[in-house]
Ligand binder design. Structure first.
Ligand code: GLY
Length: 462
């Protein structure tokens, strides 16, 4: 945990932003896999972590803005729990670490909230994303699970985003730990791939690096020879000479701040000439996006800098034609880049995505519905303290090519016969994490080998 002053200050700021009411922030529960004592890895709710820091299940934080009271509701472990799990700090001890002196058993929460409702007080809560949290909110507040998202507090949602989106120096230091761990995970994979291994064996090595550091993953590993499938969690293929391998993986720091990196490298020790060509095109798009980063620049422009670079490269290669800006406006580039160039990152790998992309990434502005652009999670102007990924890719997706070609789409921008020559190429993505400073931008964490000579050097064992 950070020092208690950090959490005290965060809660004070939140209270000031809201002005009145009661903030109800439930932590997450253990989640059983097949019976209660055989659970999935426990992950605390990120907003709860941000304001209360306590990384244990089944506790609830209350900020009573009007009465300047803060309470943690939770039950101490019984002797049966302690026999099962070993000695545990009390709820009061844990609350103290977050600067909270008032604690109460969970059984008192219902009465506390009912009393507040009777007095006509506003109870601010965030839209829940777990079934058990929905059921608890239903029992505490008498709201049907189907109406919870609509009844969630917009002032609280906006206030939380406004605080969590600007990372402080101590948060950046934690994110760096997550990113540095992620770099180690990627280098381990680059060192080990070879023909005959399965994707699962590489994924296992990547996970091992995180586990050996006593850390967890920030999201399920993508380790695939089919990099054209954006979120491919199938790991059953055997690698062979000539394949490209795409790894998208990240670790969390012990305090749950994420790293998120992608790498693409040959299963052989060198790229083929064609792989190198497209790989260099993807790096150009990456460099174009990074060159655009500055305070005040809308991230949408960063995205389009990458997409523009891809269109220009595709024109040089003979796969695209026509007016570049018109192609971008029409969305023709989404044939090769059907996703966004980046997303915010922090306590969640897609930071605060549970609070709604429209608020997190767009400040309430309507999102585009155009194919490709609709997947851009972050578009608003960059501010010092924003931390996000840069991850343009070049993907040859045969199903998308065939669909668009058969529908006669984008004939003025795409040379379909040339594009079809790449239908079995696969996909390439490189990704690193950046932050905006007062005067510009910088990479977060250590360097990940990414240039062709760096990658080939590792593949050759140098
Ligand atoms: N890197 C995984 C994701 O952005 O979803």
């Amino acid at each position: 945990m950070f020092s208690k002053e950090t959490y005290i200050q965060r809660r004070l700021t939140l209270a000031k932003k809201l002005g009145s009411g009661i903030v109800l922030l439930p932590g997450n529960d253990e989640s059983p896999m097949n019976y209660a004592d055989n659970g999935y890895h426990f992950r605390q709710d990120s907003t709860f972590l941000y304001f209360f820091g306590v990384d244990f299940p089944s506790i609830v934080g209350i900020i009573d803005v009007d009465n300047q009271r803060q309470i943690i509701f939770g039950d101490d472990y019984t002797i049966d729990d302690i026999v099962w799990m070993g000695p545990q700090p009390t709820i009061a001890d844990r609350a103290q670490e977050a600067g909270i002196i008032e604690t109460r058993p969970l059984s008192k929460l219902h009465d506390f909230l009912t009393d507040a409702q009777k007095r006509g007080r506003d109870i601010h809560f965030l839209a829940p994303y777990r079934a058990e949290t929905k059921l608890k909110l239903q029992s505490w507040l008498g709201l049907h699970p189907d109406e919870l998202a609509a009844k969630a507090s917009l002032p609280l949602t906006k206030a939380v985003i406004s605080q969590r989106e600007i990372k402080t120096a101590e948060e950046i230091a934690e994110i760096e730990k997550g990113v540095n761990l992620s770099v180690d995970m990627h280098v381990a994979a680059m060192q080990m791939v070879r023909p005959g291994l399965t994707e699962a064996q590489v994924a296992a090595r990547v996970y091992e690096v995180a586990l050996a550091a006593d850390c967890e993953l920030s999201f399920p590993i993508i380790a695939t020879k089919n990099g054209q499938t954006l979120h491919n969690h199938y790991h059953g293929n055997v690698l062979k000479s000539g394949d490209l391998f795409l790894l998208d993986a990240g670790g969390e720091s012990k305090m749950h701040y994420a790293g998120d990196l992608s790498s693409t490298f040959p299963v052989d020790t060198t790229f083929t000439a064609q792989q190198k060509l497209v790989y260099e095109m993807s790096l150009k798009a990456y460099d174009a996006a990074v060159a655009t980063l500055a305070p005040g620049v809308p991230f949408r422009e960063v995205h389009f800098a990458a997409c523009r670079s891809i269109v220009l490269s595709m024109q040089e290669l003979g796969l695209m034609k026509g007016d570049v800006e018109e192609a971008l406006k029409a969305g023709a580039h989404a044939l090769f880049m059907p996703c966004g160039t980046g997303h915010m990152m922090g306590l969640d790998v897609h930071d605060m995505e549970n609070l709604g992309e429209v608020w997190v990434g767009y400040d309430g502005e309507q999102k585009s519905t155009q194919f490709g652009l609709k997947s851009l999670r972050f578009a608003k102007p960059l501010r010092p303290g924003h931390v996000f990924t840069i991850e343009p890719g070049i993907y040859f997706i045969p199903e998308l090519m065939d669909k668009w070609q058969s529908e006669g789409l984008f004939n003025e921008f795409v040379n379909w016969s040339e594009v079809q020559k790449f239908r079995s190429f696969g996909g390439i993505r490189n990704e690193e994490d950046y932050m905006i400073t007062e005067t510009g931008a910088c990479r977060v964490g250590k360097h990940k080998p990414m240039r062709v000579d760096e990658v080939e050097a590792i593949r050759k064992g140098n």
